[in-house]
Design a protein around this ligand. Structure first.
Ligand SMILES: [Mg+2]
Length: 102
């Protein structure tokens, strides 16, 4: 994960893709919307079981890219963040037998 974060940091620096944190968050929300659009397309507005669309993978990649740029700007190590959240969910599951709200 660290390698990916560094690769994206270098890419953004090389391509001069820096933006404010607020713009990065808006970009992330926009990309999540694009994933939603693919789910809508892939289910024909919920009328059928989901069938992966041509752009589903790409849109999920856009979400990850946007999220990683935010983590990079905030100096958040995503591997550590993910390990901590897994521990949190594990503890919740042990106590409540469910993960509950994220
Ligand atoms: Mg997109």
């Amino acid at each position: 994960m660290k390698e990916i974060q560094e690769k994206i940091k270098k890419f953004c620096k090389d391509k001069n893709l820096d933006s404010t944190l607020e713009i990065k968050v808006l970009d992330l929300v926009s990309e999540v919307g694009e994933v939603s659009k693919e789910i809508i397309k892939g289910t024909n507005y919920g009328k059928k079981d989901f069938k992966i669309t041509e752009n589903t993978e790409s849109e999920i990649g856009d979400v990850l890219f946007s999220l990683i740029t935010i983590a990079n700007q905030l100096d958040v190590d995503l591997e550590i963040a993910l390990e901590k959240v897994l521990e949190k969910y594990q503890k919740r599951f042990e106590i409540k037998k469910e993960i509950g709200s994220f």
